[in-house]
Design a protein around this ligand. Sequence first.
Ligand code: GRF
Length: 200
Amino acid sequence: MVKINLAVFASGTGTNFQNLYHTFKDDKNTNLELLISNNSGSGAIEFAKENGIRFKHISSKTHSDPDEAILDELMKSEIDLIALAGYMKKLSPKLIQTFENRILNIHPSLLPKFGGKGMFGMNVHRAVIESAEKQSGATVHLVNEEYDKGKIIIQKSVKIDRDETPESLQKKVAKIEYEIYPLAIKEYISQLVNYINKLF
Ligand code: GRF
């Protein structure tokens, strides 16, 4: 039985990471093998410690060549698929090429709107409210070398209310992130598993 090894990259609170952990804990197709974080104080690492999930803290403070260290770790752990979940470091071109079409990201807006450099966290929700948008949402997409420009896999929208604030919008969007990210990853993995099963 083929199992896909998934690595999650997260730098912050890690609520999406936690959600993915619960989703894949007993999944027949997937091992959530590894967390990579550049932030030793992140909620993601704290959760990994508490739940016995393998994690690696890799940053320029811990490694002279963090990009190589990440690749080494992914190879050692035989990672098949990467899910970025609030990872605040740009990935190296080598990593993106090595894992072409095998890196997913979740972004808290309806891409291509409100994506690109500097568009992360509350910056996104503030920009959405300032632009008087009627709706926002979340997008799961493949990662390529341009910020937030890879192929879109799934999107879901939320309505923006009259009295919406960046904070209330963030909460609404987070809820749908917890819905669509596991869905998208599961679907991606089941396609990978079917493909591999056909080969052998
Ligand atoms: C999420 O809003 C996600 O869309 C973005 O980073 C945030 C991560 O939040 N890529 P959390 O650390 O999972 O709570």
